[in-house]
Design a protein around this ligand. Structure first.
Ligand code: COI
Length: 363
C-alpha cells in the first residue's frame, strides 16, 4: 500500500548486528527491546501531515513545556506482525487499528491520520526491520503506533495545533510470564476506569495512567489483573486492565457491550465474528458480578477469558473482590477458550484458513 505522503528514508548506521539481534530474539519478553528504526510524521494545523520519515530508533528531544507532558493529549494503538508458515510476514487487521486510531483521535481533539498512511507506516517499518520478526513459535513483532501533542505552551483554551505520529516495534514473547496460565483477577469497586461521556472507548494513555493504582491494588490482593466495573452501579463488568472479557456459557459467548466506556478491541471483534465458524454464538450484553459468581457456582458459566493484541486469549481462573471470592470452572484453561485461542493464532500465523480476509501480507 502506498499513500500520498512521500517518506524520507534514513537508515540506522548503528543498527544491531545479526548476533546482537539473535541474543534479543532468544528471550524477547514483552515490551523490553526495540528494533533499529521507527517512522515519524508531523502534523501542523493548516498544513496537514508532513515530514514523513523512516529513521533510526532513538530518543525524542522535546521542550519541557510540550503540551503532551502536561495535558496528556496522546493516543496509541497495538498490533502485531507475524512470521507466517513459509516465511512471509503479515499484520493482523491493520485497517481496524487505523480506524480505531482515528476514532480515538476525534475524541482527543487530535487530527485523523489517513488509514493508508497509517498502514504504510507499519509496512515500511516492518519491511526495514524484517529480520526482527521472531521465528520462534508464538512470538511476534509488536507494533506500537502513537500520537502526541507537540505544541509548546501551557494554555488550555485550545487543543494543540501540532502533533507527531510515531510507530516503533518490539519483538515479543508472551504478554504474561508463564504462557497460557489462567490469571486471577481483582474486582475494583473502589476505582472507576471510565464514565459515560468520558474517554473509555479511546485508546489514550490517560485511561491507562488512571488504571495503575487499581492494578497495583490487584497485585496487593494477590491477583494478576484488575477487572473494571461500571461507573454508576459498580456491578456490571466492563473490561480487564488492557483487555476485553468473554464469558462462556457452554457454547454461548457473552461479552460486555460497547457502551462507550470500554475499549472496542480488535481481538474482541474478531472473536465475535469467527465464533459462528466454530459453532458458537456470541452476544454483546451485560453481566453483573453477582451473575458472574452465581453462574460459576451453578456451573452454567463454564469459562471466562480475556483477550487483546498483547494478551491474545488468556483464561481467567479465579476472581476476588472486597467481599467475595470464587473459582471459574476448575480454575484451569477451558476447552472453548483454548479452541478460540488456537483459531485466532492459526489465522494470525497462517496455519488456518483466513475466511474473513484479516491477514495483511507485508513482505
Ligand atoms: C494491546 O493489547 O495491544 C494493548 O494495548 C494492551 C496493553 C499492552 C496496553
Amino acid at each position: 500500500m502506498t499513500s500520498q505522503l512521500s517518506f524520507d528514508v534514513q537508515l540506522n548506521p548503528h543498527a544491531r548486528t545479526a548476533a546482537e539481534r539473535q541474543a534479543v530474539l532468544a528471550d524477547p519478553g514483552f515490551g523490553q527491546h526495540f528494533t533499529d528504526h521507527m517512522v515519524s510524521i508531523d502534523f501542523t494545523e493548516g498544513v496537514g501531515w508532513h515530514d514523513a520519515r523512516l529513521e533510526p530508533y532513538g530518543p525524542l528531544v522535546l521542550d519541557p513545556a510540550t503540551s503532551v507532558f502536561h495535558y496528556a493529549q496522546e493516543l496509541f494503538e497495538g498490533l502485531k506482525a507475524y512470521r507466517q508458515v513459509g516465511g512471509a510476514i503479515a499484520a493482523f487487521r491493520p485497517y481496524a487499528n487505523a480506524a480505531r486510531f482515528n476514532r480515538s483521535a476525534l475524541r482527543m481533539a487530535m487530527p485523523e491520520l489517513p488509514e493508508d498512511v497509517f498502514v504504510e507506516s507499519l509496512e515500511r517499518l516492518v519491511q526495514t526491520d524484517r529480520e526482527w520478526v521472531p521465528t520462534t513459535e508464538g512470538h511476534s513483532l509488536y507494533l506500537r503506533p502513537f500520537m502526541i501533542a507537540t505544541q509548546v505552551g501551557l494554555g488550555v483554551n485550545y487543543p494543540s495545533k501540532t502533533f507527531r505520529y510515531i510507530v516503533f516495534a518490539s519483538p515479543a514473547a508472551s504478554y504474561f510470564a508463564g504462557g497460557v496460565k489462567p490469571v486471577s483477577v481483582w474486582l475494583s469497586t473502589e476505582y472507576t476506569r471510565a464514565a459515560p461521556g468520558g474517554t473509555g472507548f479511546a485508546k489514550c494513555g490517560g485511561n491507562y495512567a488512571a488504571a495503575f493504582v487499581a492494578q497495583r491494588q490487584a497485585v496487593e490482593h494477590g491477583c494478576d489483573q484488575v477487572v473494571w466495573l461500571d461507573a454508576v452501579e459498580h456491578r456490571y463488568v466492563e473490561e480487564m486492565g488492557g483487555m476485553n472479557l468473554f464469558f462462556v456459557f457452554g457454547d454461548r459467548l457473552l461479552t460486555p457491550a460497547l457502551t462507550g466506556t470500554l475499549l472496542p478491541g480488535v481481538t474482541r471483534d474478531s472473536i465475535i465474528t469467527f465464533a459462528e465458524d466454530l459453532g458458537l454464538t456470541a452476544e454483546e450484553g451485560r453481566l453483573s458480578i453477582e451473575e458472574w459468581q452465581a453462574g460459576c457456582e451453578s456451573g452454567e458459566l463454564t469459562e471466562v477469558f480475556a483477550c487483546g493484541t498483547a494478551a491474545v486469549v488468556t483464561p481467567v481462573g479465579s476472581v476476588k473482590g472486597a467481599d467475595r471470592e470464587w473459582t471459574v470452572g476448575d480454575g484451569g484453561p477451558g476447552a472453548v477458550t483454548m479452541r478460540i485461542r488456537d483459531e485466532l493464532l492459526g489465522i494470525q500465523y497462517g496455519t488456518r484458513p483466513d475466511p474473513h480476509h484479516w491477514v495483511h501480507k507485508i513482505c
